[in-house]
Design a protein around this ligand. Structure first.
Ligand code: NZQ
Ligand code: ZN
Length: 405
């Protein structure tokens, strides 16, 4: 096993009604007296699923209100309109608002986009330099004081609620980039699975595939020998596949929704990453497709994964064979050799993507001829993973994109 360090700084409270029962305690602990609270959210879904109302009710009961001025220390500062695939511009706008309004706690309410943007706002608002340049681009250590940021999750997918990652898109340079700093972990995550029931089925599918992708991106990396992290991953993948099928058939099944929500966190609280080199090349390829076209993250991954894995299957054959047997239940005796079993596991994944009704080509993602012409440029802009079974180059990434067409 490789050496590792592990920590997760986020306090999690999971279950129906957890905002009403736990938010006050979190605010008391993390928001300094005399400072205001920013609530950040997206396009308005939080006002339909009850999350916004629950947060507002608790804050009002504690004496916070929308009225008053910045010096009061009891104000709720609103920051709505965080878009999917949040931009650097939006993050800077939020940071400016937080800095000029004496904000002592940011509460992001929503999915990965809102959580990521809120976490990044917390980093930039307390920083005199350019956080994008110093932390996202250069990866410098984060030593300045960061505004505490807590989250209320309404969509399970990214696991942003329990990691130190925030993915932003620089709309000028067309770079979509993530970084994982322990300092950027939310101070708390309140997870009420009932909020997720309003998710459109398309988002449910995309988000759940993103979770599976996070586990696979970690599992398919070194070491390939059996180890506790991969044992956990195999169990999580089997359970997620089961719950994915149930949730698609019965969208109101709260048990399946709850399982999916917690699996998203278990996939990203770094426990399955312990001692693993971590691939995330499919993510790197998807992020750049998204930077250029604003496509949906989980759907982009569904298109890319089988094609990418066919490319690297021989480089991690033993692990792909274990995946076939332990995750998809294929019988090794029915295959003449390990290579055949490994390839069959990847086809089982492709069949599952089809079965769940996820897109399987770039055209299904909405790409047209204009986007097709951009593929050489996009492939040249992708980060190359250092933890993969084999490092790709731009030419092979282009080939993968073309095979996804
Ligand atoms: O804008 P609102 O109104 O909130 O609607 C959102 C959005 O339209 C909607 N939604 C969320 N919860 C809902 C709901 N609609 C109805 N009912 C609910 N309960 O869903 C849409 C998509 O939300 P978004 O937050 O964009 O989705 P997701 O959670 O998939 O986040 C995607 C972003 O996270 C990044 C992606 O690249 C992308 O930018 N990622 C972040 C990671 C991390 N922090 O660790 C890792 C991931 O690999 C990923 O890269
Ligand atoms: Zn992802």
């Amino acid at each position: 096993m490789n050496d590792f360090m592990w920590e997760c700084r986020t306090r999690v409270r999971f279950g129906q009604g957890c905002v009403k029962s736990c938010l006050e305690e979190m605010v008391d602990e993390f928001c300094a007296k005399g400072q205001n609270i920013m609530i950040a959210y997206g396009g308005g879904s939080v006002k339909q699923n009850g999350a916004y109302d629950d947060v507002e009710e608790v804050l009002k009961s504690m004496g916070y209100s929308h009225e008053g001025n910045a010096d009061d220390g009891h104000r709720i500062v609103e920051f709505p309109g965080i878009m999917s695939n949040p931009t650097l511009k939006k993050m800077r706008e939020g940071a400016e608002l937080a800095s000029s309004n004496n904000v002592g706690l940011i509460i992001g309410i929503g999915g990965g986009s809102v959580m990521d943007c809120s976490k990044a706002i917390a980093v930039q608002a307390g920083y005199e330099g350019d956080a994008w340049e110093d932390f996202w681009m250069q990866g410098l250590p984060m030593t300045h004081e960061i505004i505490p940021c807590g989250v209320v999750v309404t969509m399970p997918a990214t696991g942003s609620e329990v990691n130190g990652c925030a993915v932003l898109t620089n709309e000028n340079t067309k770079i979509k980039c993530d970084r994982d700093y322990p300092e950027m972990n939310p101070c708390f995550a309140l997870m009420d699975p009932a909020y997720t029931l309003t998710m459109p089925i398309r988002q449910l599918k995309a988000g759940t595939f993103d979770i599976l992708s996070h586990i696979m991106e970690t599992y398919f990396s070194f070491p390939v020998e059996d180890n506790p992290a991969d044992d956990v991953s195999e169990g999580l993948m089997r359970g997620l596949i089961r719950d994915f099928r149930i949730a698609v058939k019965e969208p109101d099944n709260l048990q399946a929704r709850s399982n999916i929500m917690w699996t998203a966190s278990l996939a990203e609280n770094r426990i399955i990453k312990t001692g693993k080199t971590k691939d995330f090349q499919a993510h790197n390829m998807e992020h750049q497709l998204s930077a250029y076209t604003d496509c949906n993250h989980g759907e982009g991954l569904a298109v890319l994964h089988p094609v990418y894995y066919r490319h690297i299957c021989r480089d991690g054959e033993a692990k792909f064979a274990k995946f076939a047997e332990r995750v998809w239940g294929l019988n090794p005796e029915e295959y003449t050799d390990e290579a055949g079993l490994a390839a069959a596991g990847i086809e089982a994944l492709a069949d599952f993507i089809n079965e769940m009704g996820l897109p399987t080509s770039l055209r299904e993602l909405g790409f047209g001829e204009d986007e097709h012409r951009l593929l050489p440029e996009i492939s040249g802009s992708c980060f190359i993973s250092e933890g993969a079974f084999r490092a790709l180059d731009a030419a092979e990434i282009l080939q993968i994109y073309e095979e996804c067409w």
